[in-house]
Design a protein around this ligand. Structure first.
Ligand SMILES: Nc1nc2c(ncn2[C@@H]2O[C@H](COP(=O)(O)OP(=O)(O)OP(=O)(O)O)[C@@H](O)[C@H]2O)c(=O)[nH]1
Ligand SMILES: [Mg+2]
Length: 460
Protein backbone atom coordinates (compact mmCIF):
# COMPACT_ATOMS: atom_id res chain seq x y z
CA UNK A 1 0.00 0.00 0.00
CA UNK A 2 2.62 2.46 -1.05
CA UNK A 3 0.63 4.78 -3.29
CA UNK A 4 -1.40 7.85 -2.40
CA UNK A 5 -5.10 8.03 -3.22
CA UNK A 6 -7.26 11.10 -3.65
CA UNK A 7 -10.90 11.95 -4.23
CA UNK A 8 -13.53 14.58 -3.62
CA UNK A 9 -14.98 13.62 -0.24
CA UNK A 10 -18.13 15.74 -0.36
CA UNK A 11 -21.22 14.97 -2.46
CA UNK A 12 -21.38 16.24 -6.04
CA UNK A 13 -23.15 19.53 -6.68
CA UNK A 14 -22.97 22.95 -5.10
CA UNK A 15 -22.45 23.57 -1.42
CA UNK A 16 -20.74 25.87 1.00
CA UNK A 17 -17.57 23.83 0.96
CA UNK A 18 -16.09 20.90 -0.89
CA UNK A 19 -13.37 18.71 0.54
CA UNK A 20 -10.69 17.03 -1.52
CA UNK A 21 -8.88 14.38 0.43
CA UNK A 22 -5.64 12.53 -0.17
CA UNK A 23 -4.27 9.63 1.84
CA UNK A 24 -0.90 7.96 1.60
CA UNK A 25 2.82 8.57 1.96
CA UNK A 26 2.86 11.41 -0.61
CA UNK A 27 0.18 13.46 1.18
CA UNK A 28 2.69 15.83 2.75
CA UNK A 29 4.60 16.29 -0.47
CA UNK A 30 1.35 16.99 -2.30
CA UNK A 31 0.38 19.55 0.33
CA UNK A 32 3.58 21.47 -0.35
CA UNK A 33 3.02 21.32 -4.09
CA UNK A 34 -0.61 22.34 -4.33
CA UNK A 35 -1.07 24.58 -1.31
CA UNK A 36 0.62 27.91 -0.67
CA UNK A 37 0.20 29.69 2.61
CA UNK A 38 2.03 32.27 4.67
CA UNK A 39 2.19 29.93 7.63
CA UNK A 40 3.81 26.54 7.47
CA UNK A 41 1.37 23.63 7.57
CA UNK A 42 1.22 22.02 10.98
CA UNK A 43 -0.32 18.74 11.94
CA UNK A 44 -4.01 19.02 12.83
CA UNK A 45 -4.10 22.77 12.42
CA UNK A 46 -6.34 24.39 9.83
CA UNK A 47 -4.27 26.74 7.71
CA UNK A 48 -5.64 29.28 5.24
CA UNK A 49 -3.98 29.73 1.89
CA UNK A 50 -4.41 29.12 -1.81
CA UNK A 51 -4.78 25.91 -3.75
CA UNK A 52 -2.66 25.96 -6.87
CA UNK A 53 -2.93 24.11 -10.14
CA UNK A 54 -0.06 22.23 -11.76
CA UNK A 55 1.29 25.43 -13.34
CA UNK A 56 1.28 27.21 -9.99
CA UNK A 57 -1.77 29.39 -10.74
CA UNK A 58 -4.31 29.92 -7.96
CA UNK A 59 -7.49 27.86 -8.19
CA UNK A 60 -9.21 28.93 -5.00
CA UNK A 61 -8.65 30.21 -1.53
CA UNK A 62 -9.22 27.57 1.14
CA UNK A 63 -8.08 25.62 4.15
CA UNK A 64 -5.58 22.80 4.36
CA UNK A 65 -5.51 20.22 7.13
CA UNK A 66 -2.80 17.67 7.58
CA UNK A 67 -3.14 14.53 9.68
CA UNK A 68 0.00 12.51 10.13
CA UNK A 69 0.15 8.72 10.40
CA UNK A 70 -1.01 6.95 12.42
CA UNK A 71 -3.33 9.62 13.84
CA UNK A 72 -5.73 9.87 10.89
CA UNK A 73 -8.83 8.10 9.64
CA UNK A 74 -6.86 5.82 7.39
CA UNK A 75 -3.86 5.48 9.64
CA UNK A 76 -1.75 7.08 6.86
CA UNK A 77 -0.78 10.70 6.22
CA UNK A 78 -3.96 12.46 5.17
CA UNK A 79 -4.37 15.86 3.51
CA UNK A 80 -7.72 17.61 3.42
CA UNK A 81 -8.26 20.66 1.24
CA UNK A 82 -11.42 22.62 2.01
CA UNK A 83 -12.41 24.81 -0.91
CA UNK A 84 -15.53 26.53 -2.14
CA UNK A 85 -18.29 24.07 -2.96
CA UNK A 86 -18.50 24.39 -6.70
CA UNK A 87 -18.15 21.31 -8.88
CA UNK A 88 -15.70 23.14 -11.16
CA UNK A 89 -13.43 24.16 -8.26
CA UNK A 90 -13.38 20.74 -6.60
CA UNK A 91 -12.65 19.09 -9.95
CA UNK A 92 -9.73 21.41 -10.59
CA UNK A 93 -8.36 20.91 -7.09
CA UNK A 94 -8.58 17.17 -7.51
CA UNK A 95 -6.83 17.37 -10.88
CA UNK A 96 -4.03 19.34 -9.28
CA UNK A 97 -3.68 16.82 -6.43
CA UNK A 98 -3.55 13.98 -8.98
CA UNK A 99 -0.93 15.86 -11.00
CA UNK A 100 1.15 16.19 -7.84
CA UNK A 101 1.39 12.41 -7.52
CA UNK A 102 -1.84 10.89 -6.19
CA UNK A 103 -4.08 8.48 -8.06
CA UNK A 104 -7.87 8.55 -8.06
CA UNK A 105 -9.29 6.44 -5.22
CA UNK A 106 -11.60 3.53 -5.96
CA UNK A 107 -14.98 3.18 -4.21
CA UNK A 108 -14.56 2.71 -0.47
CA UNK A 109 -10.78 2.81 -0.70
CA UNK A 110 -10.36 5.27 2.19
CA UNK A 111 -12.49 3.10 4.47
CA UNK A 112 -10.70 0.00 3.26
CA UNK A 113 -7.38 1.50 4.27
CA UNK A 114 -8.88 2.44 7.64
CA UNK A 115 -9.94 -1.17 8.06
CA UNK A 116 -6.57 -2.55 7.02
CA UNK A 117 -4.85 -0.16 9.42
CA UNK A 118 -6.98 -1.60 12.22
CA UNK A 119 -8.92 1.64 12.66
CA UNK A 120 -12.25 -0.17 12.46
CA UNK A 121 -13.53 -3.71 12.21
CA UNK A 122 -15.30 -5.09 9.20
CA UNK A 123 -18.80 -4.85 10.62
CA UNK A 124 -18.11 -1.23 11.42
CA UNK A 125 -16.87 -0.63 7.87
CA UNK A 126 -20.02 -2.13 6.47
CA UNK A 127 -21.98 0.03 8.89
CA UNK A 128 -20.32 3.14 7.43
CA UNK A 129 -21.70 2.15 4.03
CA UNK A 130 -25.12 1.64 5.55
CA UNK A 131 -25.02 4.92 7.39
CA UNK A 132 -24.30 6.73 4.14
CA UNK A 133 -27.08 4.89 2.36
CA UNK A 134 -29.58 4.99 5.23
CA UNK A 135 -32.78 6.52 4.04
CA UNK A 136 -34.66 6.65 7.27
CA UNK A 137 -33.95 7.16 10.90
CA UNK A 138 -34.12 3.68 12.36
CA UNK A 139 -31.80 2.33 9.65
CA UNK A 140 -29.38 5.12 10.46
CA UNK A 141 -29.58 4.33 14.16
CA UNK A 142 -29.03 0.64 13.60
CA UNK A 143 -26.03 1.37 11.40
CA UNK A 144 -24.67 3.74 14.02
CA UNK A 145 -25.05 1.05 16.67
CA UNK A 146 -23.02 -1.34 14.55
CA UNK A 147 -20.46 1.32 13.82
CA UNK A 148 -19.83 1.62 17.52
CA UNK A 149 -19.05 -2.06 17.45
CA UNK A 150 -22.04 -3.61 19.25
CA UNK A 151 -21.95 -6.64 16.99
CA UNK A 152 -18.19 -6.93 17.06
CA UNK A 153 -18.21 -6.82 20.87
CA UNK A 154 -20.76 -9.62 21.11
CA UNK A 155 -18.82 -11.70 18.62
CA UNK A 156 -15.52 -11.10 20.36
CA UNK A 157 -17.05 -12.20 23.65
CA UNK A 158 -18.26 -15.45 22.07
CA UNK A 159 -14.88 -15.97 20.47
CA UNK A 160 -13.08 -15.52 23.75
CA UNK A 161 -15.37 -18.11 25.33
CA UNK A 162 -14.46 -20.53 22.55
CA UNK A 163 -10.77 -19.74 22.79
CA UNK A 164 -10.87 -20.35 26.56
CA UNK A 165 -12.24 -23.84 25.88
CA UNK A 166 -9.64 -24.42 23.16
CA UNK A 167 -6.83 -23.39 25.48
CA UNK A 168 -8.03 -25.72 28.22
CA UNK A 169 -8.23 -28.57 25.71
CA UNK A 170 -4.75 -27.84 24.38
CA UNK A 171 -3.29 -27.63 27.87
CA UNK A 172 -4.81 -30.94 28.89
CA UNK A 173 -3.47 -32.59 25.74
CA UNK A 174 0.03 -31.14 26.12
CA UNK A 175 0.30 -31.68 29.86
CA UNK A 176 -2.02 -34.59 30.59
CA UNK A 177 -0.43 -35.15 34.01
CA UNK A 178 -0.72 -31.59 35.29
CA UNK A 179 -3.91 -30.31 33.63
CA UNK A 180 -7.10 -32.35 33.88
CA UNK A 181 -9.20 -32.35 30.71
CA UNK A 182 -12.39 -30.27 30.93
CA UNK A 183 -15.33 -31.96 32.56
CA UNK A 184 -17.76 -33.00 29.77
CA UNK A 185 -21.07 -31.87 31.37
CA UNK A 186 -19.65 -28.41 32.21
CA UNK A 187 -18.15 -28.13 28.75
CA UNK A 188 -21.48 -29.06 27.24
CA UNK A 189 -23.18 -26.30 29.24
CA UNK A 190 -20.69 -23.70 28.17
CA UNK A 191 -20.95 -24.63 24.50
CA UNK A 192 -24.70 -24.73 24.72
CA UNK A 193 -24.73 -21.15 25.99
CA UNK A 194 -22.54 -20.04 23.08
CA UNK A 195 -24.85 -21.81 20.64
CA UNK A 196 -27.90 -20.03 22.04
CA UNK A 197 -26.27 -16.67 21.54
CA UNK A 198 -25.36 -17.63 18.00
CA UNK A 199 -28.98 -18.61 17.39
CA UNK A 200 -30.15 -15.23 18.66
CA UNK A 201 -27.67 -13.51 16.34
CA UNK A 202 -28.83 -15.59 13.37
CA UNK A 203 -32.42 -14.63 14.14
CA UNK A 204 -31.45 -10.97 14.33
CA UNK A 205 -30.64 -11.13 10.64
CA UNK A 206 -34.33 -10.86 9.80
CA UNK A 207 -34.70 -7.78 11.94
CA UNK A 208 -31.48 -6.36 10.60
CA UNK A 209 -32.71 -6.83 7.07
CA UNK A 210 -36.08 -5.31 7.89
CA UNK A 211 -34.58 -2.21 9.43
CA UNK A 212 -32.09 -1.82 6.65
CA UNK A 213 -34.16 -2.57 3.60
CA UNK A 214 -37.72 -2.12 4.80
CA UNK A 215 -40.47 -4.45 3.76
CA UNK A 216 -41.89 -4.54 0.23
CA UNK A 217 -45.65 -4.14 -0.04
CA UNK A 218 -47.51 -4.35 -3.37
CA UNK A 219 -50.86 -2.55 -3.50
CA UNK A 220 -52.91 -4.62 -5.92
CA UNK A 221 -56.51 -5.11 -6.93
CA UNK A 222 -58.98 -4.73 -9.75
CA UNK A 223 -59.26 -1.31 -11.44
CA UNK A 224 -61.00 1.41 -9.41
CA UNK A 225 -60.95 -0.51 -6.12
CA UNK A 226 -59.31 2.45 -4.35
CA UNK A 227 -55.64 1.38 -4.33
CA UNK A 228 -54.22 4.81 -5.04
CA UNK A 229 -56.67 6.35 -2.56
CA UNK A 230 -55.39 3.91 0.07
CA UNK A 231 -51.77 4.79 -0.70
CA UNK A 232 -52.57 8.47 -0.24
CA UNK A 233 -54.44 7.80 2.98
CA UNK A 234 -51.58 5.72 4.36
CA UNK A 235 -49.05 8.41 3.52
CA UNK A 236 -51.31 11.22 4.61
CA UNK A 237 -50.60 13.09 1.38
CA UNK A 238 -52.06 13.20 -2.10
CA UNK A 239 -49.17 11.39 -3.67
CA UNK A 240 -50.95 9.33 -6.32
CA UNK A 241 -53.51 10.41 -8.86
CA UNK A 242 -57.01 9.28 -7.98
CA UNK A 243 -60.12 9.42 -10.17
CA UNK A 244 -63.45 7.75 -10.59
CA UNK A 245 -62.24 6.37 -13.92
CA UNK A 246 -60.98 2.81 -13.97
CA UNK A 247 -57.42 2.63 -15.25
CA UNK A 248 -56.14 5.81 -13.61
CA UNK A 249 -52.87 4.31 -12.44
CA UNK A 250 -50.71 3.07 -15.29
CA UNK A 251 -47.22 2.91 -13.98
CA UNK A 252 -46.06 1.59 -10.63
CA UNK A 253 -45.32 4.20 -7.99
CA UNK A 254 -43.17 3.46 -4.97
CA UNK A 255 -43.37 5.37 -1.71
CA UNK A 256 -41.83 4.88 1.71
CA UNK A 257 -44.28 4.48 4.57
CA UNK A 258 -43.18 4.48 8.18
CA UNK A 259 -44.65 1.65 10.25
CA UNK A 260 -42.99 2.77 13.45
CA UNK A 261 -39.77 0.82 13.86
CA UNK A 262 -39.62 -0.33 10.25
CA UNK A 263 -40.54 1.17 6.93
CA UNK A 264 -42.62 -0.30 4.16
CA UNK A 265 -41.82 0.33 0.54
CA UNK A 266 -45.36 0.50 -0.80
CA UNK A 267 -45.85 0.15 -4.54
CA UNK A 268 -49.11 1.36 -6.02
CA UNK A 269 -49.93 -0.53 -9.19
CA UNK A 270 -52.30 -0.47 -12.14
CA UNK A 271 -55.60 -2.32 -11.64
CA UNK A 272 -55.20 -5.92 -12.74
CA UNK A 273 -57.89 -7.33 -14.99
CA UNK A 274 -58.18 -9.80 -17.79
CA UNK A 275 -57.32 -7.66 -20.77
CA UNK A 276 -58.37 -10.41 -23.14
CA UNK A 277 -61.97 -9.95 -21.97
CA UNK A 278 -62.52 -7.25 -24.55
CA UNK A 279 -61.82 -3.61 -25.05
CA UNK A 280 -59.50 -1.72 -22.78
CA UNK A 281 -61.22 0.00 -19.89
CA UNK A 282 -59.91 3.23 -21.31
CA UNK A 283 -60.41 4.55 -24.80
CA UNK A 284 -59.08 4.76 -27.45
CA UNK A 285 -58.33 1.06 -28.06
CA UNK A 286 -54.65 1.77 -28.78
CA UNK A 287 -54.35 2.39 -25.06
CA UNK A 288 -54.92 -1.31 -24.52
CA UNK A 289 -51.22 -1.81 -25.10
CA UNK A 290 -50.40 0.68 -22.38
CA UNK A 291 -52.84 -0.97 -20.02
CA UNK A 292 -51.31 -4.38 -20.70
CA UNK A 293 -47.86 -2.97 -19.97
CA UNK A 294 -49.16 -1.48 -16.71
CA UNK A 295 -50.66 -4.80 -15.70
CA UNK A 296 -47.40 -6.58 -16.44
CA UNK A 297 -45.63 -4.16 -14.09
CA UNK A 298 -48.28 -4.68 -11.46
CA UNK A 299 -47.75 -8.42 -11.66
CA UNK A 300 -44.00 -8.07 -11.40
CA UNK A 301 -44.40 -5.82 -8.35
CA UNK A 302 -46.74 -8.34 -6.75
CA UNK A 303 -44.26 -11.12 -7.37
CA UNK A 304 -41.34 -9.22 -5.84
CA UNK A 305 -43.05 -7.76 -2.82
CA UNK A 306 -43.10 -9.68 0.42
CA UNK A 307 -46.58 -8.54 1.43
CA UNK A 308 -49.61 -8.19 -0.85
CA UNK A 309 -52.02 -5.42 0.12
CA UNK A 310 -55.12 -6.44 -1.80
CA UNK A 311 -57.87 -3.86 -2.21
CA UNK A 312 -61.36 -4.99 -3.12
CA UNK A 313 -64.43 -2.83 -3.73
CA UNK A 314 -66.84 -4.10 -1.05
CA UNK A 315 -69.77 -2.00 -2.20
CA UNK A 316 -70.49 -4.01 -5.34
CA UNK A 317 -70.69 -7.76 -5.98
CA UNK A 318 -67.25 -9.31 -6.32
CA UNK A 319 -65.92 -8.94 -9.86
CA UNK A 320 -64.15 -11.77 -11.62
CA UNK A 321 -60.96 -9.76 -11.59
CA UNK A 322 -61.14 -9.13 -7.84
CA UNK A 323 -61.91 -12.78 -7.26
CA UNK A 324 -58.88 -13.80 -9.32
CA UNK A 325 -56.51 -11.56 -7.33
CA UNK A 326 -57.87 -12.80 -4.02
CA UNK A 327 -57.34 -16.40 -5.14
CA UNK A 328 -53.89 -15.61 -6.47
CA UNK A 329 -52.66 -14.10 -3.20
CA UNK A 330 -54.18 -16.75 -0.96
CA UNK A 331 -51.54 -18.35 1.25
CA UNK A 332 -49.20 -15.39 0.87
CA UNK A 333 -48.47 -12.81 3.50
CA UNK A 334 -51.20 -10.34 2.76
CA UNK A 335 -53.68 -7.77 4.00
CA UNK A 336 -57.06 -8.16 2.32
CA UNK A 337 -58.88 -4.84 2.53
CA UNK A 338 -62.52 -4.60 1.47
CA UNK A 339 -62.82 -0.92 0.71
CA UNK A 340 -65.68 1.55 0.23
CA UNK A 341 -67.59 0.27 3.27
CA UNK A 342 -69.29 3.65 3.40
CA UNK A 343 -71.06 2.69 0.18
CA UNK A 344 -71.90 -0.92 1.01
CA UNK A 345 -70.52 -4.33 2.03
CA UNK A 346 -71.98 -6.77 -0.46
CA UNK A 347 -68.68 -8.33 -1.53
CA UNK A 348 -67.43 -8.49 2.06
CA UNK A 349 -70.53 -10.30 3.32
CA UNK A 350 -70.34 -12.78 0.45
CA UNK A 351 -66.65 -13.50 0.98
CA UNK A 352 -65.39 -17.05 1.12
CA UNK A 353 -64.83 -18.98 4.35
CA UNK A 354 -61.10 -19.01 3.62
CA UNK A 355 -60.88 -15.22 3.85
CA UNK A 356 -60.85 -14.91 7.57
CA UNK A 357 -57.96 -12.46 7.30
CA UNK A 358 -60.15 -9.95 5.45
CA UNK A 359 -60.94 -6.54 6.92
CA UNK A 360 -63.67 -4.10 5.98
CA UNK A 361 -63.35 -0.34 5.92
CA UNK A 362 -62.97 2.80 3.90
CA UNK A 363 -59.96 4.85 2.94
CA UNK A 364 -61.90 7.88 4.15
CA UNK A 365 -61.93 6.57 7.72
CA UNK A 366 -58.71 7.24 9.66
CA UNK A 367 -59.22 4.30 12.01
CA UNK A 368 -59.58 1.86 9.12
CA UNK A 369 -56.39 3.18 7.54
CA UNK A 370 -54.57 2.91 10.88
CA UNK A 371 -55.80 -0.67 11.14
CA UNK A 372 -54.33 -1.50 7.72
CA UNK A 373 -51.03 -0.01 8.86
CA UNK A 374 -51.05 -2.06 12.05
CA UNK A 375 -51.77 -5.23 10.09
CA UNK A 376 -48.84 -4.49 7.77
CA UNK A 377 -46.58 -3.93 10.75
CA UNK A 378 -47.58 -7.09 12.53
CA UNK A 379 -47.00 -9.17 9.39
CA UNK A 380 -43.63 -7.52 8.78
CA UNK A 381 -42.26 -7.66 12.31
CA UNK A 382 -44.47 -10.10 14.20
CA UNK A 383 -45.26 -9.49 17.83
CA UNK A 384 -41.66 -8.73 18.79
CA UNK A 385 -40.40 -5.20 19.03
CA UNK A 386 -37.21 -4.36 17.23
CA UNK A 387 -34.47 -3.00 19.41
CA UNK A 388 -32.21 -1.23 16.97
CA UNK A 389 -29.57 -0.72 19.62
CA UNK A 390 -29.03 -4.50 19.93
CA UNK A 391 -26.47 -6.03 17.63
CA UNK A 392 -28.06 -7.19 14.42
CA UNK A 393 -26.64 -8.95 11.43
CA UNK A 394 -27.11 -6.73 8.46
CA UNK A 395 -25.62 -8.71 5.60
CA UNK A 396 -25.74 -12.18 4.14
CA UNK A 397 -22.02 -12.77 4.67
CA UNK A 398 -22.44 -12.04 8.35
CA UNK A 399 -25.20 -14.62 8.62
CA UNK A 400 -23.02 -17.15 6.76
CA UNK A 401 -20.26 -16.61 9.28
CA UNK A 402 -22.59 -17.00 12.25
CA UNK A 403 -24.13 -20.17 10.79
CA UNK A 404 -20.71 -21.60 10.06
CA UNK A 405 -19.74 -20.90 13.67
CA UNK A 406 -22.94 -22.46 14.88
CA UNK A 407 -22.32 -25.62 12.85
CA UNK A 408 -18.90 -26.04 14.43
CA UNK A 409 -20.25 -25.66 17.96
CA UNK A 410 -23.15 -27.95 17.19
CA UNK A 411 -20.83 -30.70 15.89
CA UNK A 412 -18.69 -30.35 19.00
CA UNK A 413 -21.80 -30.76 21.14
CA UNK A 414 -22.75 -33.89 19.19
CA UNK A 415 -19.30 -35.28 19.87
CA UNK A 416 -19.65 -34.63 23.60
CA UNK A 417 -23.14 -36.08 23.77
CA UNK A 418 -21.93 -39.24 22.02
CA UNK A 419 -19.54 -39.69 24.95
CA UNK A 420 -16.39 -39.30 22.83
CA UNK A 421 -13.20 -37.90 24.41
CA UNK A 422 -13.44 -34.13 24.88
CA UNK A 423 -10.33 -33.34 22.88
CA UNK A 424 -12.09 -34.61 19.72
CA UNK A 425 -14.11 -31.38 19.81
CA UNK A 426 -11.14 -29.09 19.26
CA UNK A 427 -11.20 -29.29 15.43
CA UNK A 428 -14.83 -28.20 15.22
CA UNK A 429 -14.38 -25.52 17.84
CA UNK A 430 -11.40 -24.12 15.94
CA UNK A 431 -13.55 -23.93 12.80
CA UNK A 432 -16.23 -22.10 14.78
CA UNK A 433 -13.67 -19.73 16.26
CA UNK A 434 -12.32 -18.86 12.82
CA UNK A 435 -15.75 -18.45 11.27
CA UNK A 436 -16.68 -15.91 13.90
CA UNK A 437 -13.43 -14.11 13.23
CA UNK A 438 -14.81 -13.26 9.81
CA UNK A 439 -17.33 -10.97 11.48
CA UNK A 440 -14.73 -8.70 12.92
CA UNK A 441 -12.70 -9.03 9.75
CA UNK A 442 -9.80 -10.78 11.44
CA UNK A 443 -9.99 -13.66 8.97
CA UNK A 444 -11.86 -12.02 6.12
CA UNK A 445 -10.91 -13.05 2.62
CA UNK A 446 -9.95 -10.61 -0.13
CA UNK A 447 -13.11 -11.40 -2.09
CA UNK A 448 -15.28 -10.52 0.87
CA UNK A 449 -13.40 -7.27 1.37
CA UNK A 450 -13.90 -6.42 -2.29
CA UNK A 451 -17.61 -7.02 -2.16
CA UNK A 452 -18.05 -4.93 0.97
CA UNK A 453 -15.96 -1.98 -0.10
CA UNK A 454 -17.39 -1.90 -3.61
CA UNK A 455 -20.64 -0.69 -2.04
CA UNK A 456 -19.02 2.58 -1.09
CA UNK A 457 -18.92 5.66 -3.22
CA UNK A 458 -15.65 7.13 -4.37
CA UNK A 459 -14.17 9.47 -1.81
CA UNK A 460 -15.39 7.46 1.17
N1 LIG B 1 -67.03 6.24 -1.35
C1 LIG B 1 -65.77 5.81 -1.42
N2 LIG B 1 -65.07 6.04 -2.54
C2 LIG B 1 -63.80 5.60 -2.58
C3 LIG B 1 -63.19 4.93 -1.50
N3 LIG B 1 -61.93 4.64 -1.88
C4 LIG B 1 -61.75 5.09 -3.11
N4 LIG B 1 -62.88 5.68 -3.56
C5 LIG B 1 -63.10 6.31 -4.87
O1 LIG B 1 -62.94 5.31 -5.87
C6 LIG B 1 -62.42 5.88 -7.07
C7 LIG B 1 -61.21 5.10 -7.52
O2 LIG B 1 -60.16 5.34 -6.62
P1 LIG B 1 -58.65 5.10 -7.01
O3 LIG B 1 -57.87 5.27 -5.76
O4 LIG B 1 -58.25 5.91 -8.18
O5 LIG B 1 -58.69 3.58 -7.42
P2 LIG B 1 -57.54 2.65 -7.97
O6 LIG B 1 -57.75 1.30 -7.44
O7 LIG B 1 -56.22 3.27 -7.75
O8 LIG B 1 -57.89 2.64 -9.51
P3 LIG B 1 -56.93 2.34 -10.77
O9 LIG B 1 -55.68 3.09 -10.58
O10 LIG B 1 -57.73 2.87 -11.89
O11 LIG B 1 -56.77 0.87 -10.84
C8 LIG B 1 -62.13 7.35 -6.74
O12 LIG B 1 -63.19 8.12 -7.22
C9 LIG B 1 -62.07 7.36 -5.22
O13 LIG B 1 -62.45 8.61 -4.68
C10 LIG B 1 -63.98 4.71 -0.33
O14 LIG B 1 -63.55 4.13 0.68
N5 LIG B 1 -65.26 5.17 -0.35
MG1 LIG C 1 -54.79 3.84 -8.96
Amino acid sequence: MSDTIAAVATPPGRGAIAIVRASGPAARFIANRVFSSRRKLRERVATTGHVLDASGARIDQGLALLFLAPRSVTGEDVLELHVHGSPAVSREVLTSVLAAGARLAGPGEFTRRAFLAGKMDLSAAEAVADLIEAEHRSAARAAAARLSGGLAKTVERLRSQLSAVLEELAASIDFPDEVPSPDPPTLEQRLHAVMQELDALARSREHGRLVREGVGVALVGAPNAGKSSLLNALLGSERALVSELAGTTRDTLEETLSLGDVVARVIDTAGIRHVSDGASVVEPPSHALLEAAGIARARAALEQARIALVVVDASVPLSRDADAIIAETRGRERVLFYNKADLGRIAYDARAESERDACLGSVFCDEDVADVKERLRSIAVGSETIDVARPMLAAGWQLDAVLEGRRGVSRALDTLRAGAPVDLTSGDLTTAFQALGMLSGRDASEALLDSIFSRFCIGK
